[in-house]
Ligand binder design. Structure first.
Ligand code: ATP
Ligand code: MG
Length: 429
């Protein structure tokens, strides 16, 4: 095949990836940069990580790099090679035997046609065809400075088009996660999804069966992302949000769902802005927003049935989270603070002296306050309430209209001790 003209220059490639490529080539193997990094470089975007594909089998990669390398993965056996803080993922060229001769398919599939295990090694051209999208199936070889294209990916880069390799029904059944990858990659790079690659309504429900731990990783990549707002819109547009967050989707799709939709959009937009500004973000906050509409509705339902507000909220949380983790596993280190953010919301309605100062002193106050701002933005609580808590942190002695007690004196004493170090801006802990 003809290698292609391109604009990739060597110093755009990470030091670890270069050393991996050179190490494998010095040992006599073929090794190329592949996947997202090649795609991003061709589109003029800085890659997030660098993946290498090689004809060396995983054990051979470990032989080349010794203690720097280790084998990981069950479904795909691959090697991770570590250079300081950078980890380069090295995968061996694999064939997709099902593509040419279904009878010769040695992959393990489940009942829905999903690939469970796939360790059949193959040629670079075969490796290209088992990848998801044509723009993800490009190989860059540093030794001859050429891009190798077996799937028409270069034409798609030029057209800024996201096209599946092969048949949508087959490829999306094999791995339903590809449907959300399509949305994520298109949103990140501003690509047009090729008509046949648009997630088919009939296959979208298959996402509900993806293992929940993998789904958690995918949700973070989707929404804790500078392109998060576009991703969220596209997930909704293509019905992909529903199998991931079915309880929330039911609320968003109800007649009064627009405000809840706005709340989630705002949370995703805040997260994106923080990432762009290099500030810390936590999955606890985004998940708190993603599940809140369902928690709030469930709590209201229980209250209508006579349960008092506090136990209604606690029990709604448990029900919603218990159901959600079957779809998207939320690790305890995030679900615990997420629940605290919710649990603190009713306390914002109690503004008298001691109660207010205790709330401000709570370790999760900042995240809970940011969450209150989201709710105010969505019209769930009065702006006046949110403003009161904003002022209570900065001007503790301001008289409080309607609160009767005149501000939050406790908060004031505490703030003075702290020497005004509190930041004015939103800061989920
Ligand atoms: P990102 O910019 O998010 O890293 P990426 O395309 O690099 O996007 P990775 O998860 O890093 O995504 O995957 C690296 C490469 O592996 C992809 O470019 C693609 O070639 C291949 N790949 C990843 N996931 C799949 C999948 N589900 N099916 C087929 N190929 C995949
Ligand atoms: Mg990548």
């Amino acid at each position: 095949m003809e290698p292609h003209e391109h604009g990739i220059v060597r110093d755009q490639i990470s030091a670890g990836a270069l050393q991996t490529l050179e190490g494998l080539q010095a040992a006599g193997y073929r090794a190329c940069l592949v996947g997202g990094a090649v795609r991003d470089l061709l589109l003029g975007v800085a890659p997030k990580d660098f993946d290498v594909a090689t004809d060396a089998e995983p054990e051979a990669v470990v032989e080349v790099f010794g203690r720097k390398a280790r084998l990981i993965g069950r479904r795909f056996r691959i090697a991770h090679v570590r250079f300081g803080r950078e980890i380069v993922e090295v995968s061996t060229f694999r064939a997709d035997p099902g593509a040419s001769d279904p009878g010769a398919d040695t992959r393990e599939l489940d009942d829905a046609g999903r690939v469970l295990r796939d360790n059949v090694f193959g040629s670079i051209a075969e490796d290209a065809r088992r990848r998801d999208f044509a723009i993800n199936g490009l190989y860059y070889d540093i030794s001859d400075d050429c891009v190798y294209d077996y799937v028409g990916g270069m034409a798609d880069v030029d057209a800024r088009r996201l096209r599946l390799i092969g048949d949508a029904d087959v490829r999306y059944r094999e791995d339903p996660v590809r449907m959300i990858r399509a949305v994520r990659i298109a949103a990140k790079l501003g690509l047009t999804i090729d008509e046949p690659a648009l997630p088919p309504r009939a296959l979208v429900p298959l996402l509900a069966d993806v293992p929940s731990a993998r789904m958690f990783d995918e949700v973070l990549k989707l929404l804790m992302n500078p392109a998060g707002p576009a991703v969220f819109r596209m997930l909704r547009e293509h019905g992909l949000f529903t199998p991931l967050f079915d309880q929330t989707a039911a609320v968003l799709d109800s007649p009064a769902g627009a405000a809840s939709e706005a709340l989630i959009e705002q949370a995703v937009a805040n997260t994106a802005a923080r990432i762009e500004a290099g500030r810390p973000v936590t999955p606890a906050f985004i998940f708190a927003a993603l599940l809140w509409p369902a928690v709030r509705e469930q709590a209201a339902e229980l209250e209508r049935g006579g349960t008092p507000p506090a136990p209604a909220l606690a029990s709604a949380q448990s029900q919603v989270v218990g159901h959600q983790i079957q779809r998207v596993a939320i690790p305890k280190r995030f679900s615990v603070p997420m629940r605290e953010i919710w649990q603190l919301q009713p306390r914002f309605h109690r503004r008298r002296g001691k109660q207010a100062s205790r709330l401000i002193a709570h370790p999760r106050f900042r995240a809970a306050y940011d969450f209150l701002l989201l709710r105010a933005g969505a019209g769930e609580v009065d702006d006046e309430l949110a403003q009161w808590w904003t002022d209570a942190q900065d001007h503790p002695s301001t008289p409080t209209p309607g609160s009767g007690a005149g501000g939050a004196p406790g908060a004031g004493r505490r703030r003075k001790r702290r020497g005004g170090r509190r930041r004015k801006s939103a800061e989920p802990a």
